[in-house]
Design a protein around this ligand. Structure first.
Ligand SMILES: [Zn+2]
Length: 231
C-alpha cells in the first residue's frame, strides 16, 4: 500500500511539471530568426511607420514566424496587434499574407482590401492583393495592382470585359502621358484604341490625353506644376 502511494506520487510530479512546461511553451514561444532562404520570398515586409515599438516588434515576430512557415504563430502575432489597434494596416497585411500562404485567396483578398481602405498606397498590401488576384485568375486586375504599387498606370480598360496591358508588347503610344488639359482624346473602335487630336498640334508638341481612371486616386498628377488631381 505504502509502496503504491509513493509510486503514484512519483508518477504524478513529472506529469504536472510537463504540463506546466507545455503551457509555458505555448505562451512564450519566441520568434525564430529569418531563415537563410525565405519561405515566401515574394511577400513584401509589412513595414511599420512611426508607431509604438511594441506593435513594430509584434509585426516583426509575425513576419519571422511567417517566413519560417509557422503560420499559426504568425497569425497569432498579427491578431494580437489587431486586437489592440483594429485597423492597423501592417497587421492586416500580415493576416493577408498568412491567408495567401494557406492558399485561402478569397480571405487574403479581403484582408488586403481592408488594409488598403485606410492606406490605399500601402505597397505590401497592394502587392499582396495583386498576388491574391493572380491566384484567383483575375490577371488584368492583378497587373493593375502591381503597376499601382510601382506608381504607374499601364493597363487601359477597353470595356467591361477587355483590358489592354501596355507593358506587354504595347506600341509607342504607351508612352503618351496623362494630362488634365490634354490635346488628344481616346476613341475605342472594337478593341482598338485610337488616339485622336482634339485641337491642332504643333510639330514637336507633346501628345497627351486624359486617362480618366476610376482607380484608387493614389497617384498624384504631374501633368503641370501645381496640379492637385490624383488618379
Ligand atoms: Zn493634372
Amino acid at each position: 500500500m505504502q509502496m503504491r502511494k509513493t509510486l503514484t506520487n512519483l508518477w504524478r510530479k513529472p506529469l504536472r511539471l510537463a504540463l506546466v512546461a507545455l503551457v509555458a511553451g505555448c505562451a512564450m514561444k519566441s520568434a525564430p530568426p529569418l531563415p537563410p532562404a525565405l519561405k515566401y520570398p515574394e511577400f513584401i515586409y509589412p513595414a511599420v511607420g512611426q508607431t509604438a515599438a511594441a506593435q513594430a516588434a509584434a509585426i516583426d515576430r509575425g513576419w519571422r514566424f511567417l517566413q519560417n512557415d509557422d503560420l499559426r504563430n504568425a497569425e497569432r502575432e498579427f491578431a494580437a496587434v489587431l486586437k489592440v489597434i483594429p485597423d492597423f494596416v501592417p497587421a492586416r497585411t500580415g493576416e493577408g499574407d498568412v491567408a495567401l500562404a494557406r492558399q485561402d485567396y478569397m480571405r487574403a483578398l479581403d484582408q488586403f482590401e481592408l488594409a488598403l481602405r485606410p492606406a490605399p498606397a500601402y505597397t505590401p498590401a497592394l502587392v499582396g492583393k495583386g498576388q491574391a488576384l493572380l491566384s484567383l485568375n483575375r490577371d488584368s486586375e492583378a497587373r493593375e495592382e502591381r503597376y499601382l504599387a510601382e506608381g504607374c498606370v499601364w493597363v487601359f480598360r477597353v470595356n467591361g470585359t477587355w483590358s489592354r496591358d501596355a507593358a506587354v508588347g504595347g506600341n509607342v503610344a504607351r508612352f503618351i502621358n496623362h494630362s488634365c488639359r490634354p490635346n488628344c482624346w481616346i476613341e475605342i473602335v472594337d478593341k482598338t484604341i485610337w488616339i485622336r487630336a482634339s485641337k491642332s498640334i504643333r510639330k514637336g508638341e507633346e501628345l497627351t490625353y486624359d486617362y480618366a481612371t476610376d482607380g484608387e486616386q493614389t497617384i498624384p498628377c504631374r501633368c503641370r506644376p501645381g496640379c492637385t488631381n490624383r488618379f
